[in-house]
Every structure is written in structure tokens, then in C-alpha cells.
Ligand binder design. Structure first.
Ligand SMILES: N[C@H](CCC[C@H](N)C(=O)O)C(=O)O
Length: 280
């Protein structure tokens, strides 16, 4: 059996498993099985807590389809709460190793309870080849791309994972149909997380996200950061905004070349995965 904790960051929900004290089968079959909302626990994916040789901890993140993501913004806030609440650390400032780089995380505690979490999400990366994006210019900022006969203007960047940001007049559209077209687009050799944005004003942005490997999620932390920075360099917002996602609001700012994100982290329930589920 395997102990797990179900947590969510503004509705972006993952299964968190202590991989320090348990052997976690991090294979696509196991990940997709327990993430399934009918045959499993139900989640946007799985996040595993591991020891790190260079940081306080290491975060491994897997999407619903079993693919491994390099970084997860909502996930890292919940990860920090997990290690604190499970007494794996007493620290309220953590450095967490991810495949998308080392992230600095602050737990804001009151009455020994995590109120919210602040994360230095690092520097956004615009160079096409580092996203990666097979665009024929060094950067892809507000560039027209035709999909199914319609032209969309894309701003692409990496937050440790790949994103492309598209501005819309409104967000009432069939994301199931459109999202997959960008996720599988030839421009993105490692696929891409696609954010659709409605600019409300210079301090308030609304977005929906079609995540690589998970489809539409209620929220995407790295996506909200990508949206903020794309909007900033396109002259559409100030350097501190609220980003409204389906699941809630994140506070995002751009300071001294780095993106900062603040938001909640919630534990929903603890449970045990039965042997027969992960031994198939
Ligand atoms: N689907 C993403 C990982 C999860 C990111 C998202 N849930 C977040 O909060 O940043 C990827 O494969 O790059």
C-alpha cells in the first residue's frame, strides 16, 4: 500500500506521495491509473516528494497522461505545505530542486498553519530554442500563426516548462477543440501549455489554460506567470497583477528580472492506495 495526500492549488489538484519513505512506481501506467477520476483517486496528475543532494527537497511532477513535467507552480506551493505539515521540515523557507531549476519558496504561517505560499519562479525565458519552439526568429512575441484557417497571435516563453500565450476578446470558446491543436502543434517539439487570456485592465488578467498532458485544468501556476510576463512585454499590464483562473486568483509580479507568485495551498484528504491498484 502507498500513503498519499490529495491537495489542490486553486483547483489544480494533484496526488502527493512521500517518495522519501515509500517506493513510488513512477511509471505512466501507475500515474494514469491513480489520476483517473473514476478508476483511481482523480487528479490532474501526481507529485512525488524526494530527497535532494543540492536543495531541501526535490519535486517530481507527472501530468494526467503520465508524462513528466519540469515545473508546476500550483504544485510547488502544495509541495511546500506537504513537507511542512508532514514534519519533513521545520523550515518556512525552502529551496526545491525541480527539472525546471531550483525554486525558492516561502511558507507564510499563522497559528502554525500555512496561510499562503510565495514562490520565486525565476527568470522567464524568451529564446525560442530554449522554450523549445521551432520558430524562425530568436523570440516569438505576438507572432501570427494560422490554425485551421484562423490566425492567432502567439507569445511563447518558458517558465521552466513551455508556454504559449494567446489573447482573446472573451474566454467563452470551445477549449477542448482548440487547446489540443496547440498542444500537438509542430512548432513545439516538446508540446506546450497554452494560455488563453482576456485582459480586463492593467492590473487584472483572466485566463483559461489547456495544459500539456492534462487538458484544461482549473488553474496553472507557471501558466499564470507566463501570462503575466507575456502581457507585460506586450505592454498590456503593469509589473504586478492579479490573474483570475477558473479555480481562483493568483498574485503575480515581475521584480528585478524574476517572476514572483503568491497563492493558496490546500490539503483535501489523506488516503491509502491499495496494493492491487498499483501492482497491475
Ligand atoms: N502541464 C505542465 C505541468 C503542470 C503545470 C501546472 N499545473 C502549473 O501549476 O504550473 C507541463 O507539462 O509543463
Amino acid at each position: 500500500m502507498l500513503k498519499f495526500t490529495k491537495m489542490e492549488g486553486i483547483g489544480n489538484d494533484y496526488i502527493y506521495i512521500d517518495g522519501i519513505h515509500q517506493d513510488v512506481p513512477m511509471n505512466p501506467h501507475f500515474i494514469t491509473k491513480i489520476s483517473d477520476r473514476h478508476f483511481g483517486i482523480g487528479s490532474d496528475g501526481v507529485i512525488v516528494i524526494q530527497e535532494s543532494e543540492i536543495c531541501d527537497f526535490k519535486m517530481r511532477m507527472f501530468n494526467l497522461d503520465g508524462s513528466e513535467g519540469k515545473m508546476c507552480g500550483n504544485g510547488i506551493r502544495c509541495f511546500a505545505k506537504f513537507v511542512y505539515d508532514h514534519q519533513l521540515t521545520k523550515k518556512t523557507y525552502l529551496e526545491i530542486e525541480t527539472l525546471g531549476g531550483i525554486k525558492k519558496v516561502w511558507l507564510i504561517i499563522d497559528n502554525n498553519k500555512v496561510q499562503y505560499v510565495r514562490v520565486n519562479m525565476g527568470q522567464p525565458i524568451l529564446k525560442s530554442k530554449e522554450i523549445p519552439c521551432l520558430f524562425d526568429k530568436e523570440e516569438m512575441i505576438n507572432e501570427p500563426i494560422e490554425v485551421d484557417g484562423q490566425v492567432y497571435y502567439l507569445t511563447s516563453l518558458s517558465m521552466g516548462n513551455p508556454h504559449t500565450v494567446i489573447y482573446m476578446n472573451h474566454l467563452d470558446f470551445n477549449i477542448q477543440e482548440l487547446g489540443i491543436k496547440f498542444e500537438k502543434h509542430i512548432l513545439f517539439p516538446e508540446s506546450v501549455n497554452t494560455e488563453f487570456v482576456e485582459v480586463v485592465n492593467r492590473q487584472y488578467l483572466k485566463m483559461r489554460v489547456w495544459e500539456r498532458g492534462s487538458g484544461e485544468t482549473m488553474a496553472c501556476g507557471t501558466g499564470a506567470c507566463a501570462v503575466m510576463y507575456a502581457s507585460y512585454i506586450n505592454g498590456l499590464c503593469d509589473n504586478h497583477v492579479q490573474v483570475e483562473l477558473l479555480g481562483g486568483i493568483l498574485d503575480i509580479s515581475y521584480e528585478n528580472g524574476e517572476i514572483w507568485m503568491s497563492g493558496p495551498a490546500t490539503t483535501v484528504f489523506e488516503g491509502i492506495i491499495q496494493e492491487e491498484v498499483f501492482n497491475v
